[in-house]
Ligand binder design. Structure first.
Ligand code: NAD
Length: 288
C-alpha cells in the first residue's frame, strides 16, 4: 500500500521502518530534517510537506506530539488532500475530545478514520511489538487493522471514535497510581527493616502483586531487568507520564468521573518532572 507517515520522531521513526519492512510504499514527512534523513535511511520516500506525502496515499498514519498539532495537520494537510477513500490512522496520544472532533471532520469529508494510540515505548516501536488501542467504526477498524499489525503485536478494537484514547489514559492513570504505590511499599518495607528482595519474593506472590512490581520493579537489582537497573535512564519518561495524566484529568473532568488518586498521581509526577522529566517514571521512588 502507499502509506503517508507524518511524525517520524522517537516512536514514528521505528513504526515507519516496520511498514517498509512489511513491503509498504511509505511516504514520509516530518518538520525535522534529521528525522527525515533517518526515515530515508530506513527505506521511506521523503517529501517536503505533509500535503505532498498524502497526495497519492491509500492510508495516512500520524505519530505527533499533541492534539493541537494533530488537529492542524489533519485539517490543513490531510483531510481533502489525501485521495477520497484513503483510511486515516492517528497513533498519537491526544485528548479524547480532539480525537473525536478530528474523526468526525474526516468522516464528514468521506474518510474512514481511527484513533489508535499505543502502549509500549521506543523499543516496542522499533521492534514492531506495540499494542494498539483502536477507536472507530467497524469499517474503519477493519481497514486499519492490517496496517497496525505490521507495527505491533496486538491490535484491540476499543469501540467508537476516541475510545482508543480513553483506554490509553485510563490504563496509564492506573499504571501511575500502581507505580507510586509500589514505590511507597518498597520504601516503607526497607524502613521497617525488610530486605527489598525478600519483600519482592513475598509480595510478588501475594495480593500486592502488580505489573509495576513484577515486570518493572523500581528497586535496582530486584525483579527482571528494568530502567531502575540503569539509573532510571530509557524506559517511559516521567514527562510523558505527566502528559498522559494531564490528559486523564481533563477527560475525568469532562466526563464527571471521580479520580482522587489519579489527581494525586498527577500532582506527584508534576513536581517530579520539573527536575527529572527525562528519567523513567519508576524513578519516582527517588522522592521517597
Ligand atoms: P517525538 O517528539 O520524538 O516525535 C514527534 C515528531 O513529530 C517529531 O519528529 C516532530 O518533528 C514531528 N512533528 C511535530 N509537529 C509536526 C508537524 N506539524 N508536521 C510533521 N511532523 C511534526 O515524540 P514521540 O516520543 O515519538 O511521541 C509521539 C507520540 O507518541 C506522542 O503523542 C506520545 O505521547 C506518544 N507515545 C510516546 C511514547 C514514548 O515512549 N516515546 C510511548 C507511547 C506513546
Amino acid at each position: 500500500m502507499k502509506i503517508a507517515f507524518i511524525g517520524l520522531g522517537n516512536m514514528g521513526g521505528g513504526m515507519a521502518a516496520n511498514l517498509v519492512k512489511a513491503s509498504h510504499d511509505v511516504r514520509a514527512f516530518d518538520l525535522s530534517q534529521d528525522a527525515l534523513a533517518a526515515a530515508k535511511e530506513a527505506g521511506c520516500a521523503t517529501f517536503g510537506s505533509a500535503r505532498a506525502a498524502c497526495e497519492e496515499a491509500e492510508a495516512v498514519v500520524s505519530m505527533l506530539p499533541n492534539g493541537n498539532i494533530v488537529r492542524d495537520v489533519y485539517r490543513t494537510d490531510v483531510i481533502g488532500q489525501a485521495p477520497k477513500g484513503a483510511v486515516l490512522l492517528d497513533c498519537s496520544t491526544i485528548d479524547v475530545a480532539t480525537a473525536r472532533e478530528v474523526i468526525a471532520t474526516a468522516e464528514e469529508a468521506g474518510y474512514d478514520m481511527v484513533d489508535a494510540p499505543v502502549s509500549g515505548g521506543i523499543a516496542a516501536a522499533n521492534g514492531g511489538t506495540l499494542t494498539f488501542m483502536v477507536g472507530g467504526s467497524e469499517t474503519a477498524f477493519g481497514r486499519a487493522e492490517p496496517i497496525l499489525e505490521a507495527m505491533g503485536k496486538a491490535v484491540i478494537h476499543a469501540g467508537d471514535a476516541g475510545n482508543g484514547q480513553a483506554a490509553k489514559i485510563c490504563n496509564n492513570m492506573l499504571l501511575a497510581i500502581q507505580m507510586i504505590g509500589t514505590c511507597e511499599a518498597f520504601s516503607m518495607a526497607e524502613k521497617l527493616g525488610l530486605d527489598p528482595q525478600t519483600f519482592y519474593d513475598i509480595s510478588s506472590v501475594s495480593s500486592g502483586q502488580c505489573w509495576s512490581m513484577t515486570s518493572y520493579c523500581p528497586v535496582p537489582g530486584v525483579g527482571p531487568q528494568s530502567p531502575s537497573d540503569n539509573e532510571y535512564q530509557g524506559g517511559f519518561a516521567s514527562a510523558l507520564m505527566l502528559k498522559d495524566l494531564k490528559l486523564a484529568m481533563e477527560a475525568a473532568e469532562s466526563a464527571g468521573a471521580t479520580t482522587a488518586l489519579g489527581k494525586h498521581a498527577k500532582d506527584i509526577y508534576e513536581s517530579f518532572a520539573e527536575e527529572h522529566g527525562a528519567l523513567d517514571f519508576s524513578g519516582i521512588i527517588k522522592t521517597l
